[in-house]
Design a protein around this ligand. Structure first.
Ligand SMILES: Cc1cc2nc3c(=O)[nH]c(=O)nc-3n(C[C@H](O)[C@H](O)[C@H](O)COP(=O)(O)O)c2cc1C
Length: 427
């Protein structure tokens, strides 16, 4: 055993920047498997050898141990979502991807790709060290995804030169991740963020290849709510009249609850750090909410002498009940992740560095089902708020009639009976 604390040592190493890769291979049955790894390195030129290490606890260990080859994908700066997907323990990480059937599975859009034949495997205690000889290599020249100090440092490259987008939209398989991208304001809902968020949500909903959306924030906070400076300017600089302010709410922040309420595609909010005011309400608009241990929620509108103008007073009582919602809204109290879980505001709390992976796992659990049935389930739940049981049952019967006529329904049943994975076509 080492004469130092392995955890401290590991945390210290985590301060150094590394590239992020996905290493892929096929298991004994030819199924594609892959894992996110930042332990990758080049070691010799002649022959060209590379190495990486795989934790013994990884589910893909058996596949890599028996494989004669593997592919290393050096991820591009816009592939953070793929890194999260392959770092999660979902069943089929390749769902919706075309990766060929011969040789190691190849993922598109990377910074560089190396195809390697397995040369050596070394016993490394809790890891196995894999050495491969590079037999094919291609580079796309895209800036790489960098991991630094326990977080992705790719935004340095992403933002270099051009204006960084207020919201980042990324697709992995059948899952879209929408990331509020103004960490310098803790992702405050400025007019530009509102417009981009609404467009991204509408794009995901319009895309029948998307089965689930993850909504999250760049940096240490989910969303700090309305942009206080912008709100102050409405009266202090723009001298808006009450009617103009009413119109501003309707044409700005209120587009978010109305859009979220119309969506058919389910949304999972993954909250770390602050979800304050309109940020707390934004999380409340999602279908599923999970939080990192450092999450803090508050209905803080009274602190600045206003009311929830974005639907919070309608949403929150429906999630956590009238008494707790009233307490939050009337006291402005900050509640931590554990209390939020106790209140029922979030369904799970996970360590900060497990948040993205867990959100991806949940999204992949949703996305394993037939696309139409996923969307109808979400709508059925949402619509049930506003109708009688008789109307609800009527709607359920009609939709069930449609779904049970679909190929995907028959395929789901056949797959269960034949003990195999289903292959849904969205028909
Ligand atoms: C940025 C990043 C780098 C990682 N690097 C490694 C690594 O080098 N080796 C490893 O075994 N796991 C690494 N992991 C964790 C694995 O990706 C994770 O345990 C994954 O669940 C393994 O997949 P599997 O269990 O389906 O095989 C990393 C995760 C992230 C997010």
């Amino acid at each position: 055993m080492a004469h130092f604390d392995p955890k401290t040592y590991r945390n210290a190493l985590g301060q150094f920047a590394t590239g992020v890769t996905i290493v892929t291979t096929r298991d004994a049955d030819g199924h594609a498997v892959g894992v996110t790894a930042n332990s990758f390195n080049s070691v010799s030129l002649d022959p060209p050898l590379v190495l990486w290490s795989l934790a013994r606890s990884a589910r893909s260990m058996a596949a890599f141990e028996q494989a004669t080859d593997f592919a290393v994908h050096i991820l591009a700066s816009d592939q953070e979502h793929l890194s999260n997907l392959f770092a999660s323990r979902v069943e089929d990480k390749f769902a919706g991807m075309e990766v060929g059937s011969e040789g190691p599975p190849l993922i598109e859009g990377c910074s560089a790709r190396l195809v390697c034949s397995t040369r050596h495997m070394y016993e490394g205690g809790d890891h196995v060290i894999m050495v491969g000889e590079v037999i094919d290599y291609e580079s796309d020249g895209k800036p790489p995804l960098v991991f630094h100090g326990g977080a992705y440092a790719d935004r340095i490259a992403r933002e270099a030169g051009s204006e960084s987008p207020p919201v980042v939209y990324a697709v992995a398989g059948r899952i879209a991740t929408i990331t509020l991208n103004r960490p310098e304001t803790r992702n405050a809902l400025s007019e530009e963020v509102i417009g981009a968020l609404v467009s991204a949500l509408e794009a995901a909903d319009a895309d029948s290849d998307i089965d689930c959306v993850i909504l999250t924030g760049e940096g240490p906070s989910f969303c700090s709510g309305g942009n206080i400076k912008q709100i102050k300017a409405l009266t202090a600089e723009q001298h808006m009249t009450p009617i103009e302010l009413e119109n501003w709410y309707k044409t700005q922040i209120q587009r978010i609850p109305l859009t979220m309420d119309r969506l058919s595609v389910p949304v999972i909010a993954a909250v770390r750090g602050h979800a304050i005011g309109a940020g707390c309400d934004l999380a409340s608009m999602a279908d599923i909410r999970i939080a990192a241990e450092d999450a803090i929620f508050a209905e803080s509108f009274l602190r600045v002498g206003i009311i929830p103008g974005d639907g919070g007073a309608w949403l929150l009582p429906r999630i956590i009940g009238l008494a707790k919602a009233s307490q939050m809204m009337l006291t402005g109290e900050f509640i931590d992740a554990r209390k939020a879980e106790h209140y029922g505001l979030v369904s799970e709390v996970v360590p900060v560095d497990a948040l993205a992976g867990r959100a991806m796992e949940l999204a992949a659990m949703v996305a394993q089902f037939p696309p139409s049935a996923i969307r109808k389930t979400k709508r059925l739940i949402k619509d049930a708020r506003d109708v009688s049981l008789a109307e609800h049952l009527d709607q359920a019967a009609i939709w069930q009639g449609v779904l049970q006529q679909m190929d995907d329904h028959r395929e789901a049943i056949d797959a269960i009976l034949e003990k195999r994975a289903p292959n849904f076509q969205g028909k």
